[in-house]
Design a protein around this ligand. Structure first.
Ligand SMILES: NC(=O)C1=CN([C@@H]2O[C@H](COP(=O)(O)OP(=O)(O)OC[C@H]3O[C@@H](n4cnc5c(N)ncnc54)[C@H](OP(=O)(O)O)[C@@H]3O)[C@@H](O)[C@H]2O)C=CC1
Ligand SMILES: CC(C)(CO)C(=O)C(=O)O
Length: 338
């Protein structure tokens, strides 16, 4: 495969992992990140991938946004959802007129990027592999997970096929879809469970496995699925998460079966806790809740769909972020009780 030239904007867990694999496969990768210490470490010593899957170091140029110069046909955007607009504005001068931004993020970030660079210059992605930024110059690649690429208008284009062929060098199971919105809403339905997990201390598998919390998973899932349905989107499943099992009216047995499958997927993973939990407990910073979960309740409100549990979850995450509530497993019981 001919070497591609890619600018990875946001060289943390996701950008660092994907960029390192593509660099190792021979592509011309440049990293950009606002974390000056991380950028300096990559530029000086290379980017180190650690963890149970593979350990290797790649050499690649790295810059802060203020220092990067040049124009790229492809930019992979890998920042947290709340940084999407600022990052899109900063990267726009570096995007070729006929180029595109690939969003490797959770949430509905494609719309935000499109608002800055234009809808025809955005490609969507849904990702569920696990990775963690560890230290300047080091990212842990913790576990494989679904990777799906799609044009936001559902067309199967040449650029999508070319991107998919490259992505196979990182994720051999990556697929293309004509329904990226279905996957993004699927991830929101799964992601909302991870936001609830972040209220407590148990890891993803142990938290999902708490039998008494099944009604909580069902009510959160039902709200997300009802909002998606109002938008005409049918969420897609992956890695044990079956959206149909959490639709309003779905049986308790179906939800329980999906929870068992999600627990089985997560149990062996070196990434035991979600990025949301890590933002609060380890990185001591705010989460993506306002950019990812609050919009679900807001869209619901526009369509006359009440999302009381989602809204309570948003409020409780705020309280934990601000230190008004300890990060404790009992929070999930309180969220469920209402
Ligand atoms: N980590 C995971 O396992 C998974 C993450 N995701 C999603 O992927 C996206 C990226 O997450 P993740 O890689 O974990 O996050 P990280 O925080 O590890 O990486 C993001 C990097 O971007 C930097 N950054 C912030 N703002 C800008 C900016 N304006 N321009 C350039 N760089 C910037 C951050 O610096 P600083 O830290 O200083 O802010 C950080 O180094 C999120 O939407 C997340 O939900 C999806 C699936 C799995
Ligand atoms: C846990 C994970 C990797 C989804 O499985 C995630 O998306 C996150 O950390 O927010």
């Amino acid at each position: 495969m001919p070497a591609s030239r890619i600018l990875v904007w946001g060289a943390g867990a996701i950008g660092g992992t994907v960029g390192a694999y593509l660099r190792r496969a021979g592509h011309d990768i440049t990293f950009v990140d606002t974390d000056a210490a991380h950028v300096a470490a990559i530029a000086r010593d290379g980017l180190r991938i650690t963890g149970p899957i593979e350990q290797f170091t790649v050499r690649a140029p790295a810059f802060t946004p203020a220092d990067v110069t040049g124009v790229w046909d492809r930019i992979f955007l890998c920042v947290k959802a709340q940084h999407t607009r600022a990052a899109s504005e900063a990267l726009a001068p570096h995007l070729a007129p006929g180029g595109y931004v690939l969003s490797l993020q959770n949430g509905l970030c494609e719309e935000v990027i499109a608002g800055v660079v234009g809808p025809e210059r955005v490609v969507g992605a849904f990702i569920n592999f696990g990775a963690d930024w560890q230290a300047p110059g080091e990212v842990q690649f913790a576990n494989h997970g679904a990777v799906v690429l799609g044009e936001t208008d559902g067309r199967m284009t040449k650029r999508l096929s070319a991107l998919h062929a490259e992505m196979l060098e990182f994720a051999p199971h990556a697929i293309m879809t004509d329904d990226i919105h279905g996957y993004l809403w699927g991830k929101l339905g799964y992601g909302i469970l991870l936001f609830a997990q972040a209220l407590g201390q148990l890891g993803i598998a142990d938290c999902l496995a708490r039998p008494e919390l099944l009604p909580l998973w069902r009510s959160l899932g039902a709200e997300v699925n009802a909002v998606a349905a109002a938008l005409g989107v049918q969420p897609r499943g992956f890695n044990g998460y079956d959206p149909a099992a959490f639709r309003p009216g779905a049986s308790e047995a179906a939800a329980r079966e999906s929870v068992v499958a999600m627990v089985a997927f997560n149990r062996p993973n070196a990434k035991t806790h979600s990025g949301i939990w890590r933002d609060i407990a380890v990185r001591k910073r705010t989460t993506e809740v306002d950019a990812q979960i609050a919009p679900i309740a807001a869209i619901g409100a526009k369509h006359g769909i009440p999302c009381p549990v989602t809204q309570r979850l948003v409020d409780m995450i705020h309280a934990v972020e601000q230190g008004r509530l300890p990060q404790a497993d009992a929070n999930l019981d309180a969220l469920m009780r209402g």
